[in-house]
Write a protein that binds this ligand. Sequence first.
Ligand SMILES: [Zn+2]
Length: 168
Amino acid sequence: MSVEILKKQIAIITKLIKLYQMLLREILNKKVDVIIHHTATDRDRTSFEAINRGHKNRGYSQSSLGFYCAYNCLITGDGEEHWARSLDESGHATSAYKGFHIDICLCGNFMRERMSNKQIESLTKVLDRIKKKSGIKSLRGHRNYYPTLCPGQNLYNWMLENKGRFLN
Ligand SMILES: [Zn+2]
């Protein structure tokens, strides 16, 4: 067998191995769709407990973590993360979207308020964590699935400007 043929064969095998690894990554790491929300209520006066109670009254199912809050994670005005549903459980806040997804919500009405620096810090950390854990297939706002102002123009603009760094 000539050296040239051998080289060609090695190149083909190398390509196949790369393809196989890519396929494995696709199968093993299920990338998720992430959907961003706002509560459309006062940023610094909205508590996790109030949202959880409100969603319980509206009949949302109880999560494996014991909460009724439809979002996976709620980030209050002080930047605190409140996890109501684990990353293995689909969010329930985007009924127009039927597939598995992660709902992240920031307290505030971002049609007229700005996000606090701590909220943006936390949102960035949460998105980085999801990117590392499973990968993010798409990052969109509630308004991309349903006629709503959610997640408010200010948060929506931030998302559009920054989404590139979170997608993989
Ligand atoms: Zn929403």
